[in-house]
Design a protein around this ligand. Structure first.
Ligand SMILES: *Cc1c(COP(=O)(O)O)cnc(C)c1O
Length: 387
């Protein structure tokens, strides 16, 4: 058997170790040092975002976003069910109710037509998750949010280096978040960022990140000591992680290009199967540019998906399904509400299979994976029963 192909392998872009040594030499390892600031400037400049705050994780950034929305019991937050737990848990921690709305069949992003109908007098925010780095219909969502005077938050955990009508994901809502978890496009182990596009929220965001203290004002010399002034937590990331992240952010364009090249190869090799109606490939609307965060296929049934996954696994190729929809999870059932049925969500959960995708992946590995998928379908009728 040929060498196994992992689902993901974090890329090292080159300067990570040098920057970690530099951070150690500088002598500040806690949050808020030179590398935190460098990462924040890089993200602010590339995204045209007024203030970016580096956080310990994407989850921490979502928790800060939820706190900045000032939510309480009875308040509703519209979001997809086809997303990671943190999208919802951050708001549930504030006592709010997630309202799960179905997704579009093409992009697997919030279906904006359904969002309009899910808004009630208790709705306080919409969370737009850019699935796989493909932009949501932001113009429509922004208009709905403005009409209802509610917050629009982007969960751009997958979305660094992807755009909507030429603008960076994360820069379009009142608030946006990135994740730098090792499974994302730009990584530092665990890390994230909060994009504060509404400038009136910047000062409070700084206080929340610093355990509820006005330490940032103290550091700027605006007060002569810092004290406890608000809610908060230790939401910042240490300098060693930021040093690693800085190297990755400097190489982000290259990391994304490598992914895009692999996605293009997958697409070319699998297009015939899509034309035959065996499976579906990811779709990106004309006004969006994705970052090839994920490359996935959708099979005709859940049974077929599981058989394909087993087929690939048997030849050493790792592929993975994605979210268990939050509305059908134990906690989601308890604390959430569903807006109607979620047939697209349920089908995606059942039929979607993510293929290996990482910057260091070779064209040969893509070809081998696609070749195995073609072999699987060439035996259709009895997929996975022999060989
Ligand atoms: C990864 C992810 C998060 C959480 O990010 P962490 O950095 O792992 O905390 C949130 N939302 C989505 C959609 C994600 O994929």
């Amino acid at each position: 058997m040929s060498d196994p192909i992992p689902f993901n392998r974090p890329a090292i872009s080159g300067r990570e170790l040098a920057y970690i040594e530099e951070a150690i030499a500088l002598g500040q390892l806690s949050a808020g040092g030179a590398f935190t600031l460098r990462c924040e400037s890089l993200l602010q400049e590339r995204g045209g975002i007024s203030r970016v705050l580096i956080t310990a994780s994407g989850t921490a950034a979502l928790e800060m976003a939820a706190l900045l929305c000032d939510l309480g019991p009875g308040d509703e937050v519209i979001m997809p069910s086809f997303t990671f737990v943190s999208t919802a848990s951050a708001f549930v921690r504030c006592g709010a109710t997630p309202v799960f709305v179905d997704i579009r069949d093409d992009t697997l992003n919030l279906d904006e037509r359904l969002v309009a109908r899910a808004i009630t007098p208790r709705t306080r925010a919409i969370v737009a998750v850019h699935y796989g780095g493909v932009a949501c219909e932001m113009e429509c969502l922004a208009q709905l949010a403005a009409e209802s005077r509610i917050r629009l938050i982007e969960d751009a955990a997958h979305g660094i280096d992807a755009t909507y009508r030429g603008r960076e994901l994360g820069s379009l809502g009142d608030l946006g978040i990135y994740s730098f978890h090792e499974t994302k496009n730009v990584v530092c182990g665990e890390g994230g960022a909060l994009c504060v596009n509404d400038e009136s929220l910047v000062e409070r965001a700084e206080i929340l990140r610093d355990k509820g203290t006005d330490r940032q004002r103290f550091l700027r010399g605006e007060v002569d000591r810092y004290t406890w002034v608000d809610l908060g937590s230790s939401f910042g990331a240490g300098e060693l992680a930021c040093a690693f992240l800085c190297a990755q952010l400097e190489s982000a364009a290259r990391l994304t290009e490598a992914r895009r090249a692999r996605a293009g190869e997958y697409r070319a090799l699998l297009a015939p199967l899509e034309a035959e109606g065996c499976l579906r490939l990811p779709a990106t609307p004309a006004d969006a540019r994705d970052n090839a965060h994920a490359f996935f296929v959708r099979t005709r049934s859940g049974v077929e998906r599981d058989a394909l996954r087993a087929w690939l696994g048997a030849v050493g190729i790792s592929s993975v399904s994605h979210y268990v929809p939050l509305h059908s999870s134990r906690m989601g059932e308890k604390v959430g509400r569903t807006h109607g049925e979620l047939p697209v969500t349920d089908a995606a959960a059942e039929r979607l299979l993510r293929l290996p995708m990482f910057p260091g992946m070779t064209p040969e590995q893509v070809a081998r994976t696609a070749g195995e998928i073609r072999r699987f379908y060439s035996r259709s009728g009895r997929p996975g029963t022999d060989g």
